[in-house]
Structures are given as C-alpha cells and as structure tokens.
Design a protein around this ligand. Sequence first.
Ligand code: SF4
Length: 290
Amino acid sequence: MRYEGSIFRPPSEAYSLLVQVTVGCTHNKCTFCSMYKDKKFHLRDPKEVLEDLQWARAHYRRVERIFLCDGDALALKNDKLMPILEHIRDNFPECERVTAYARASDVLRKSNEELRQLRETGLTMVYIGAESGSDEVLKAINKGETRAQLIEGVRKAEDCGIKASVTFISGLAGKAGWKDHAVQTGTMISEMEPSYVGLLTLLVDPSVPIAEEIRQGRLQLLSPEEVVAETLLMLENTSVSRPCVFRSNHASNYLSLAGTLPQDRERLIAILREAMEDSGMLKDERFRAL
Ligand code: SF4
C-alpha cells in the first residue's frame, strides 16, 4: 500500500485496511487540529487507488473492514467515489463495512439519491467531527460549519442509511465557556440523534493555533474535575429517542465511559457524579494521549 504523508484513522478502525483516496483535509483550519498540516488537499489518482486495492486483494486473505483516508474522503464527487466502492464490492465480498471521515458540508453537498447510492454500494458509516454544539465555540475554533449545518448533515446521512459517528471534544471552550459548550452539545446530540457519539478531551499539540491562545491566557484549560462536571452537564442535556452508542474511552479522556443512550444515561450520570466525589477514578495526566 502506498501512502502520502502521515495517516490518521479513528480508534475503531484499528484493524481496517486503510486506503488513501484523498490527501489532506479540504478545510484544514480548525485551531485545535494538527493532523494534516503537512498536506495540501488533493485527490489521489483513481488508477493508483484501484492498484492499491488490487495489491491488498493479492496480499490479504480476509479484509472485513476498509477505511477510506484522509480527512474528508466524502469530499470526492460520486463519479469518483462510486468506482472505488464498486471495486471493493466486487473484489472484497467478505468486507462488512466501508467507512470514511466526512465533513457535514460534504454530506449536504450530495443529494439524498447520491447518498443512498453510496450506501447501497457499501459505504456504511461516516465519522464527522462536530466538536461542539455551540455556535460560539465552533466559530472560535474555526470549524467552518455551524451548529445547524452539523445537525442537518448528520440527520441527512442517517436518513439515507449511512450511520454517523460524531465526535465532540470536552474542554474545548475552556473555563469561560464550558457550561454553554456542555448544554449546547447535549442538545445538539438530542437533535442529531446519531448512531454513535465519541467524546474526546482536549489535549493540545504545541504547534496548533489553540496552543497560542492557551499560552496567552485567552483560553484556560479545565481541570480534570471540571471536565467531569462538563460531561455531566452535557449528558443531563442529552435526550435521544433512538439508540445512540456513547463512548468516552479515548486515550485523551480522564474517565472512561461506554453505554447506549437513552437506556444507559442514568448509569453514566451516576458514574460521573461518583467521579466528582472521587478524583482517584480519573486517569493521571501522564497517561493521557492523543
Ligand atoms: S475538519 Fe477535521 S481534519 Fe480538517 S482541520 Fe478540522 S478537525 Fe482537522
């Protein structure tokens, strides 16, 4: 397999075949993100993508999962993405799921018919970084998308049969904005009703713009206890009517939580309340990682 630059994938794609179909991120301006700063967005030559898939077919007996890299592979128009999905469908009959990172705006740019076509040809899930439900926070981190767009994009993907796994970041609004971030994120999840929610905790690479805000004191990081309080407030404001798998078990999190909303909501809230009284339940700073 050939790759250009550093490759990133969600933790749940650890055992997937990683196939680079685009390089970099179309936006590449979020102030907390260091992932694709060494790359300028471009499409990979479709011929090379198919050659890589052929190479993988020749070398791996069983490929159950494929993740299409990089930052927002869904930026590819259907006339480019469909031949890749068709090749996977025809040559990897054992493949159970094909997934990709996407921006909400990528989803919104496609018609319902195009999204259904992608689903029917094998695209099962997209990972969308929402980061926060607060428009104020989204603006501050230069997300380039609004709360309304993010909700509409996730709902549209789900309505067309493509599951959405949506990521949020605890601590992103610092001490000044954590309550707004928590409440707006909880209500956003309620409105989106994605199949999956992943909650990370802000951990800053010194090279990204948000690190400068922290150095200048314009953003004050939350303590581990404040992160727990923020997650608690977020869950108290989350109310979904269809199953949503909720996980905050990333290496960056102080407290590992996993459950399915709405039935596990009270159990998760009880764990958070317990952790507020017992800081021994929280991960030591030294063991956190991106
Ligand atoms: S859209 Fe995603 S990959 Fe692109 S800069 Fe923002 S967080 Fe990073």
